[in-house]
Write a protein that binds this ligand. Structure first.
Ligand code: PLP
Length: 397
């Protein structure tokens, strides 16, 4: 998946443009910058590729989630529904605003279970935040129906699935807001960076101001601009945006390579009776950044994962035991361990997740192995890897 595997001349050329002008900031310095507006260019290219009216670049995927929530007016005590299987950024962004992360089970899509979402809705719920983990998506049609019925926002975390689609729409563009990460291990990278996409003009304006200290960006004298509301600094630099300008041009090539490599692995493993693949909701097209599959039991999955590693098949993950991606190891969240005092709303409303029953998630994640699909493998390497995986996995039935 990672764009860093294919960092080349076009990335260097884009960065050199910025270095030549010396203007490393996305705003201002109009005279000095030789007409280089890398952040603006990348926003235009991203909005176009994602069939969305607006894009807002920020400094990371976590910042994108935070700014997206803030742009929609989410604040202290508002409840945001998120999955038990995701990256810690999900609850970090929610908590940053004093809002309350509501953890909800995942199903065989490895993303939010729509029934569990509906059961978790209260009069404080404001947002449903599906996370399209490991290259594939939540059942967005079912989630949208639920959101429409209860007047909730649908915010897609598409950080791990950029370029996938649902019912013909690019992931991230189906809901009210979509977020991407361009950190160093994502499908395309800026080094560090993130983005929000939306068709809602007000959210775009809010995100634009909020991510730059509340600047209204009217006129061309930064010091004279006004600040209609409180903001923060979540800006991306021109250097990072420049890398992204090169990478977004290559996104569709990267996706084609991923699909090719993924298909070799999947077709080789398909005959195995003890392996079933992660469910992709009807209407969904993956971005093929991972191949995820289930073993018959938790014990077999854990043992098979160890055996794959011992056989030299690297970059496969057993998420059930992972420190960063599954609720079981989020003791800092469950024990509310923060450096300073937390907002009163969080202290009083955040559940004691150490006592929660997420056995439905455990039943799927406990049996899941996900293998990263790399861009840099040769055809021989993919074929060799596929046959090695088949040989190892066939022993665990
Ligand atoms: C990477 C990632 C993020 C956060 O992105 P950063 O750019 O690393 O802050 C958020 N959500 C998911 C699902 C991710 O994989």
């Amino acid at each position: 998946m990672p764009g860093f595997e294919l960092f080349g001349e076009s990335e260097k050329g884009q960065v050199q443009d910025v270095l030549d002008s010396g203007v490393l900031m996305r705003y201002g310095f109009d005279g000095m910058r030789n007409n280089h507006w890398k952040a603006l260019e990348l926003e235009e290219a991203l909005a176009k590729r994602m069939d969305s009216k607006y894009a807002q670049l920020v400094s990371s995927g976590t910042a994108a989630l935070t700014v997206a929530l803030a742009s929609a007016g989410i604040g202290a005590g508002d409840e945001v529904i998120m999955p038990t299987f995701t990256f810690v950024a999900s609850f970090e962004s929610i908590l940053a605003l004093g809002a309350i992360p509501i953890l909800v089970d995942v199903d065989d899509t490895l993303t939010l279970d729509p029934t569990a979402v509906e059961n978790a809705i209260t009069d404080k719920t404001k947002v449903v935040m599906p996370v399209h983990m490991c290259g594939s998506m939540a059942d967005l049609s079912a989630l949208k129906d639920i959101c429409d019925k209860h007047s909730l926002l649908l915010l897609e975390d598409a950080c791990q699935a950029i370029g996938g689609s649902f019912e013909g729409k690019p992931l991230g563009s189906y809901g009210d807001l979509g977020c991407f990460s361009f950190d160093y291990v994502k499908t395309i990278t800026c080094g560090e960076g993130g983005a929000i996409i939306t068709n809602n003009e007000q959210y775009k304006t809010n995100a634009d101001h909020y991510s730059d200290h509340g600047h209204d960006h009217v006129g061309n004298n930064r010091g004279a601009e006004t600040h209609p509301f409180l903001g923060y600094n979540f800006r991306i630099s021109e250097l990072h945006a420049a890398v992204g300008c090169a990478q977004i041009e290559r996104l569709d090539d990267f996706l084609a390579i991923q699909e090719k490599n993924y298909s070799v692995l999947r077709n080789t493993l398909s005959p195995l009776k003890n392996i079933t693949f992660r469910k992709v909701p009807t209407g969904g097209v993956e971005n093929y950044s991972f191949l995820s599959f289930f073993l018959p039991t938790q014990e077999l999955a854990k043992a098979a994962h160890t055996a794959l590693g011992e056989a030299g098949v690297d970059a496969c993950f057993y998420w059930f035991d992972n420190n960063w991606h599954y609720y079981k190891k989020w003791e800092h969240l469950t024990s509310k361990r923060s450096l300073g005092k937390m907002p009163q709303e969080v202290v009083s409303q955040l559940s004691d997740y150490s006592k929660s029953d997420f056995s439905k998630s455990d039943a799927w994640i406990g049996r899941t192995i996900s293998c990263l699909v790399k861009l840099s493998w040769t055809e021989e390497q993919v074929a060799e890897r596929a046959s090695k995986m088949k040989e190892v996995l066939s022993k665990f039935s």
